[in-house]
Write a protein that binds this ligand. Structure first.
Ligand code: NAP
Length: 313
């Protein structure tokens, strides 16, 4: 069992990862910038380490003492309108956060570093499904992580033992998908884009966390791994499956792209088809518990409803 240092352990994917890593017997330290996050990771069985990735601090020496470092942290992406200024701030902050975490690991005894990126970096990919060797065609948030990926390449070239994982659209009882469930449950009309029904590569948050834990141990250093379901659904299928699982009627309104850009901003409305393959992940021996949204969405909806009921008590 290893000593793990996590950045982003209080986040949507990170907290699910902490749960699985602690259950597997690892000793987990999680960087936290607020007491609220510290309480959350402590409740999951991790030890909080106070610090902010945007600032140098004593936490950096602590990260360098771990056996394995995992980087889940990012400036917030969901909620509210995402305009160009917010996306550009994300771009520069993400690079600074990466530098503050990775630079002190040079020459340390850390034997593995798992860097969490995202499939928006691969962006638009047509059929047949593409793997990690595909030429990136960044879309959505993708263009704003390109510079971080270039910077990461320089850390890899310096010999840091990095492997990079690319989760697809991760659905669970929080983050962007939690917002969709709350909106559907409240009976709100779902906005879609006229004449565009993008294919999203998806993955259940539990499968995503389990895959990252598996790759942390069985992935190859220097390699990239896409984490996605066996079959990527259309956005309309996600809405329909979610409404069915919630047992609510689905009301949609298709808006033209120009109007979508005004309402949600250009980053979120940059709809693209992500036909991606999980063949490399499967070749490492990993098996998904929820290989399609038909299996995963009813499970997430049950979890989300249970969490809502607990909140009301
Ligand atoms: N969610 C998805 O669908 C999805 C899909 C593909 C890829 N990804 C990638 O997966 C990774 C994790 O995503 P997520 O959705 O789990 O993110 P998230 O829920 O937004 O969590 C972000 C985490 O980063 C931490 N953080 C942010 N700024 C920080 C700072 N300055 N110092 C220290 N910690 C800071 C947050 O801490 P606080 O608790 O203090 O806020 C939180 O723990 C990201 O790299 C993301 O790009 C996500």
């Amino acid at each position: 069992m290893a000593t793990l240092f996590l950045a982003g352990g209080s986040g949507f994917i990170g907290s699910e990862f902490v749960r699985h890593a602690v259950a597997a017997g690892h000793s987990v330290q999680a960087l936290c910038r607020t007491q609220r996050s510290a309480a959350a990771v402590r409740a999951l069985g991790a030890q909080p380490v106070m610090g902010d990735l945007l600032e140098a601090g004593a936490w950096q020496a602590q990260a360098a003492q771990a056996e394995i470092v995992l980087h889940f942290a990012q400036p917030q992406t969901f909620g509210g309108r995402v305009g160009k200024a917010r996306a550009l701030r994300y771009e520069t902050d993400r690079q600074k956060m990466d530098r503050n975490l990775l630079s002190p690991l040079r020459g340390s005894a850390v034997r593995r570093i798992v860097y969490v990126s995202g499939t928006s970096y691969y962006g638009q990919q047509d059929l047949p499904p593409k793997d990690e060797t595909a030429k990136p065609n960044p879309r959505g948030w993708g263009p704003y992580i390109v510079k971080a990926m270039q910077q990461l390449e320089t850390f890899c070239a310096e010999g840091l033992p990095i492997l990079t994982v690319f989760p697809s659209s991760v659905y669970g009882a929080g983050s962007w998908y939690g917002d969709i469930l709350a909106s559907l449950k409240a009976g709100k009309t779902q906005l879609t884009l006229a004449r565009r029904d993008p294919t999203l590569a998806t993955v259940h948050v539990e499968d995503c966390a389990r895959a990252i834990l598996h790759l942390m141990e069985h992935g190859a250093i220097g390699e990239r791994y896409i984490i996605c379901d066996d079959r990527p659904p259309k956005y309309s299928e996600i809405l329909a499956e979610s409404a069915k699982a919630l047992d609510v009627p689905l009301k949609t309104r298709a808006v033209p792209l120009w109007l979508g850009r005004i309402i949600a901003g250009p980053v979120v409305t940059d709809a693209y088809d992500a036909h991606l393959s999980n063949a490399r992940l499967r070749s490492t021996g990993f098996r998904l518990q929820f290989p399609t949204i038909e299996q995963g969405i009813p499970n997430v909806v049950q979890r989300w409803l249970a969490a809502q009921a607990t909140r009301k008590e």
